[in-house]
Write a protein that binds this ligand. Structure first.
Ligand code: NAD
Ligand code: UDP
Ligand code: UDP
Length: 318
């Protein structure tokens, strides 16, 4: 059996950390990315390794490779980026899933889908267990991502039932860490960059909406355990940190860790913005023995240190 691993979206935030881990474990890694939001810099240190190969390719088009495992991570994850070209976002989720499932079927590879808590929409059930079907607007500005990811889950389960593919579906909740882009647009990177630059902290709405934030290392532990789990365990399984924070609490913590005097500035809440989100991780804990270990304060310290060094570098170059 071919034991190399394909990571689609491998030059992105999560994908590049995953590629790095797998290469360091001695695995052969094929990274496929069209650089829509990903960056060469994220994988630059891996390019000189013989066990790492980069392929510039859009997963909306067929791809013929020989691999043993596939992590399907390709898709912009930040609302700012996935709403920039919403048709492309849906195509990436749906056509991308079809192509990667077709590839997995041909080479009999195990395939993991990076799904999302967005499949729950603006949830009426709190915290969200995997059995909850969600409350999703099919025609709103987040729908290209939410419905694209829901359709991808449908495809994964139909390939499993119809073609006996070895699938794994992870529903990832908000994850943050080093290598997020300064212009990513998600709340953690926005607040840190604003705090470090002394710019106003942009709170959308009144800041009472909640999210639970998982540090990248914890998330990757979960993805790897899921990929290695028994064939009958296919998910979907929630992976995220259940400790919930309001956006005002997050802003206060970021300001303290950055030693910043930035002021808060309030802006309108974007359409369909979920009011609260918190994973029920009982299934991951029971079936994978997985629990996040890194507190928000510790994870933010690492992330602040990353942005401090990259923003200093940007300033030095300008
Ligand atoms: P990211 O935007 O940093 O990475 C996505 C990567 O996919 C980028 O490198 C991008 O260039 C690539 N890509 C996009 N469209 C592509 C296409 N058509 N063909 C090939 N490559 C393409 O985002 P991320 O945070 O690293 O997210 C990775 C995956 O995890 C995504 O599928 C996302 O939906 C999922 N996810 C992430 C989070 C999170 O909080 N980070 C939460 C839920 C789900
Ligand atoms: N596909 C691919 N790589 C492969 C095998 C298939 O990209 O190694 C694509 C192929 O283009 C097809 C899709 O995956 O459109 C679904 O493949 P499947 O075999 O399920 O369907 P079919 O080819 O019968 O439409
Ligand atoms: N948000 C905010 N200020 C920002 C960016 C985001 O208050 O500069 C809010 C956003 O409205 C949402 C929460 O933070 O309620 C999380 O947003 P993000 O885009 O990080 O992720 P998602 O909404 O997909 O969970």
């Amino acid at each position: 059996m071919n034991d190399s691993i394909l990571v689609t979206g491998g030059a992105g935030f999560l994908g590049s950390h995953l590629c790095q881990r797998l290469v360091h474990q001695g695995r052969d890694v094929l990274c496929v990315d069209n650089f829509y939001t990903g960056r060469r810099a994220n994988i630059a240190p891996l390019l000189e390794r013989r066990s790492f190969e980069l392929i510039r390719h859009d997963v909306c088009f067929p791809l013929y490779l020989e691999v043993g495992q596939i992590y399907n991570m390709a898709c912009p994850a930040s609302p700012v980026h996935y709403q920039f070209d919403p048709v492309q976002t849906t195509k990436t989720s749906v056509h991308g899933a079809i192509n990667m499932l077709g590839l997995a079927k041909r080479v009999k590879a195990r395939i993991l889908q990076a799904s999302t808590s967005e499949v729950y929409g603006d949830p009426e059930v709190h915290p969200q267990p995997e059995s909850y079907w969600g409350w999703v607007n099919p025609i709103g500005i987040r729908s290209c991502y939410d419905e694209g990811k829901r359709c991808a889950e449908t495809l994964f389960f139909d390939y499993w039932r119809q073609h006996q593919l070895q699938i794994k579906v992870a529903r990832i909740f908000n994850t943050y860490g080093p290598r997020m882009r300064a212009d990513d647009g998600r709340v953690v990177s926005n607040f840190i960059v604003q705090a470090l630059r002394g710019e106003p902290i942009t709170i959308y709405g009144d800041g009472s909406q909640t999210r639970s934030f998982c540090y990248v290392d914890d998330l990757l532990d979960g993805l790897e355990l899921l990929m290695a789990s028994a064939p009958e365990f296919v998910g979907p399984v929630n992976l995220g940190n259940p400790v919930e924070f309001s956006m005002l609490e997050l802003a206060e913590l970021v300001l303290r860790l950055c030693g910043s005097r930035s002021k808060l500035s309030f802006h309108p809440l974007p359409g369909d913005d979920p009011k609260q989100r918190q994973p029920d991780i009982a299934l991951a804990s029971r079936s994978l023995g997985w629990q996040p270990k890194v507190s928000l304060a510790d994870g933010l310290k690492e992330t602040v240190a990353y942005f401090r060094s990259t923003l200093d570098h940007d300033l030095a170059r300008s």
